[in-house]
Design a protein around this ligand. Structure first.
Ligand SMILES: Nc1ncnc2c1ncn2[C@@H]1O[C@H](COP(=O)(O)OP(=O)(O)OP(=O)(O)O)[C@@H](O)[C@H]1O
Ligand SMILES: [Mg+2]
Length: 237
């Protein structure tokens, strides 16, 4: 068991019925690292995150967090190990209040200093605590989804396209918060369509194609040789 590698996927396969999506997918994320996953639409990025969170059961391979095998665990236990998940489309319960959404995963009362910290990060939420989650703007819902992870004191937060379809002003706020969260030592696994955002927030980039990793490189090496990415993605840098 290696405690240093916080999250490790080894030769993971997963499918929806008979359609194989993840095929021999392997990667590691070390403690506190910020890693970005890029890839064209439909290559299996969301499926990867769902499989880590136990929402889809892998058919082969192993997924471990701090040496503990996740495959055998019920999905609701996984956030309690320290993995926060901000799903694509945010996963807010529209009819529950902002406050109810925020503390959904917390069994006992969240410590006051933690609540204060979260509101300091996202003052917009404090002002809207009684409002139904569904009435928040897209960007505010995204903040709520991130804040809901933070109150559980995660070691790693997994985010699926957190700035998708959000107005530019809130995009930069969300980006800045993700950066601050990582600066505090919380690991980040970020699925992004926006290459610039991924390069700005992450120190390592994985590119997926057809259910597996086809490139794994440091952001530094990509910035010094941007053609690397263009080989795998339809982008101009
Ligand atoms: N519930 C499902 N049932 C059947 N097939 C699915 C299901 N969810 C996803 N798929 C298929 O699995 C493949 C991978 O989907 P996934 O959502 O992981 O892609 P993605 O890389 O996240 O794409 P995007 O960038 O568009 O979000 C796609 O071909 C998709 O059609
Ligand atoms: Mg997706």
């Amino acid at each position: 068991m290696n405690k240093q590698h916080v999250l490790e996927l080894k030769s993971v396969y997963a499918s929806y019925g008979r359609v194989n999506v993840l095929q021999n997918l392997s990667f590691k994320i070390e403690q506190g690292e910020a890693v970005g996953i890029l890839g064209r639409n439909g290559v299996g990025k969301t499926t990867t995150l769902k499989t880590i969170m136990g929402l889809l059961v892998s058919t082969q391979g192993s997924i471990s967090f701090e040496g503990q095998e996740l495959n055998a665990l019920a999905p609701h236990r996984i956030p309690h190990l320290g993995i926060g998940y901000v799903p694509q489309g945010r996963g807010i319960f529209p009819n529950l209040s902002v406050k109810e959404n925020l503390f959904l995963g917390v069994k006992d009362k969240a410590p006051d200093d933690l609540v204060a910290y979260v509101f300091e990060r996202f003052p917009r939420l404090r002002e809207r605590l009684g409002q139904p989650g569904g009435t928040l703007s897209g960007g505010e819902q995204q903040m709520l989804s991130i804040a809901r992870c933070l109150v559980m004191e995660p070691k790693l937060i997994i985010l699926d396209e957190p700035t998708e379809g959000i107005m530019p002003k809130l995009v930069s706020e969300i980006r800045a918060e993700i950066k601050k969260i990582n600066a505090q030592g919380i690991g980040i696994l970020l699925v992004e369509q926006n290459v610039k955002t991924a390069l700005e927030l992450c120190t390592r980039i994985l590119v997926m194609d057809k259910g597996k990793i086809v490139m794994n490189a440091s952001t530094q090496s990509i910035l010094s040789d941007p053609k690397m990415l263009a080989e795998h993605l339809d982008i101009k840098i």
